[in-house]
Design a protein around this ligand. Structure first.
Ligand SMILES: *Cc1c(COP(=O)(O)O)cnc(C)c1O
Length: 409
């Protein structure tokens, strides 16, 4: 028998697309929670309060707004489960994550024969994938044209595609869905808790899914927020869906949502963790206390600082997301992106390459909303670049950053 030594994980600076640096208050809520089962009164109260705070954070009156236990993909799986074999779907894709959503959709929409033909990468006739190249945003024109041509039942888009760091046209998507009588689904994994938007301002979108670890900043594994309009829930009620644990109607019962109403007594079928509930609850309190609009503008402000600094080092930024900078290294270092990222990681500075082609570097600022924290990121990235032979004057870059913050103050 092998018993390994206790696992010790060091403190690092998570400066990637996600997970963000979990707030100590969230970790404390997780760790100081008493041993209690999932039916204990305060655990149940915590779930109801979290549900109400989630509606507030997401700007929605959708009763079916709650958390799916797990990571972003669990919430997305719950959302994509609305799709049944043979459903006509148009999925707009512009990077790593929306491509995986596209694959999920193809798996859900495939008939038995289509799935058996290529089970890991099915190509159902009822699904159209509309590709926008990496580094570009999905435009209203692209969406309108495709929905007009294909007239699907469902359309899908990622709000912010974290693979390429691009913000897609949510209003264009919602408007086109309304215009063409299509039910929209959105992967809002990287925008919830970072952007300032209300679900209810986008009536063409009937289903939304996000995650615990990015803008919500509650990794210690908690809940992937989802939200469904009554229209989406009606479709599920009428046709059913092929999952038990990720069933939008059945899973909502845990959060005291039954027959379209908030009720006092939830129904149990899965063991929720009081630790996770306490952490999720605290994370929502932190964002709402900070203020959603203020947080969104702070992200933009600090992203601009980081962008300027990496441009001053000779990098080319191709993203437009407020929590993430995606860049090409200067010509001399091109092709050495992975080496740079590995070198930084060895120093406890967690930046990322892109996960699909083309290879680029991604630096994120989740929960790094102070001049000191951005300065630390810039300084460490400068060191990593210089160690690889980049040519720029670090003092000059740091001074420019200092004056950006001084000017704003
Ligand atoms: C991170 C991300 C996911 C996956 O979320 P996990 O929490 O890793 O499961 C899906 N979609 C988008 C747009 C993402 O940014």
């Amino acid at each position: 028998m092998t018993v390994f030594p206790a696992l010790v994980i060091p403190e690092t600076l998570a400066a990637g697309p996600g997970p963000g640096n979990t707030d100590p208050r969230v970790l404390e809520a997780f760790a100081k929670t008493g041993v209690a089962d999932h039916m204990q009164a305060d655990v149940l109260r915590g779930m109801k309060e979290a549900k109400l705070m989630l509606r507030e954070l997401w700007g929605t009156k959708n009763v079916y707004t709650f958390g799916v236990a797990g990571t972003g993909w669990d919430g997305l799986d719950c959302m994509h489960s609305l799709i049944l074999p043979g459903d006509k779907v148009v999925a707009f894709v512009n990077g790593t994550f929306s491509s995986i959503d596209g694959l999920t959709i193809r798996m859900k929409a495939a008939t038995d024969e289509e799935l058996a033909e290529n089970s890991l990468d099915p190509k159902p006739a009822s699904v159209t994938i509309i590709d926008t190249p990496h580094g570009q945003s999905i435009s209203a024109e692209t969406i309108d044209k495709a929905l007009a041509e294909h007239k699907p039942m469902w359309a899908f888009m990622a709000h912010w595609e974290t693979g390429s760091g691009r913000v897609n046209d949510l209003k264009g998507f919602s408007d086109a869905c309304v215009k063409h009588g299509v039910m929209g689904m959105v992967d809002a994994v990287s925008s919830l808790g970072v952007g300032d938007f209300n679900i209810d301002d986008y009536p063409g979108v009937v289903a939304w899914a996000s995650c615990p670890q990015k803008g919500v900043l509650s990794l210690p594994l908690t809940y992937a927020p989802v939200s469904f309009t009554d229209k989406a829930i009606e479709v599920v009620k009428k046709r059913g869906c092929r999952t038990y644990v990720h069933h939008p109607i059945l899973d909502a019962r845990h959060w005291g949502i039954i027959d379209g109403k908030d009720v006092d007594a939830p129904v149990y079928h899965q063991t929720h963790s009081g630790y996770a509930i306490a952490a999720f609850h605290e994370a929502l309190r932190i964002i709402l206390g900070y203020g959603r609009a203020r947080k969104a503008s702070d992200y933009k402000y600090h992203e601009a600082a980081l962008r300027q600094a990496v441009e001053a080092m000779g990098c080319e930024v191709t993203s437009n997301m407020p929590s993430l900078v995606v860049l090409n290294l200067p010509g001399k270092l091109a092709g050495r992106e992975k080496e740079l990222v590995q070198g930084a990681r060895a120093q406890g500075f967690g930046i990322w390459p892109t996960l699909s082609e083309p290879v680029q570097v991604r630096i994120g600022i989740l929960n790094q909303l102070s001049p000191e924290q951005i300065t630390e990121i810039v300084s460490r990235f400068a060191d990593a670049m210089l160690a690889m032979g980049a040519e720029f004057d670090k003092a000059q870059v740091m001074n420019q950053l200092k004056s950006y913050y001084a000017k704003a103050a």
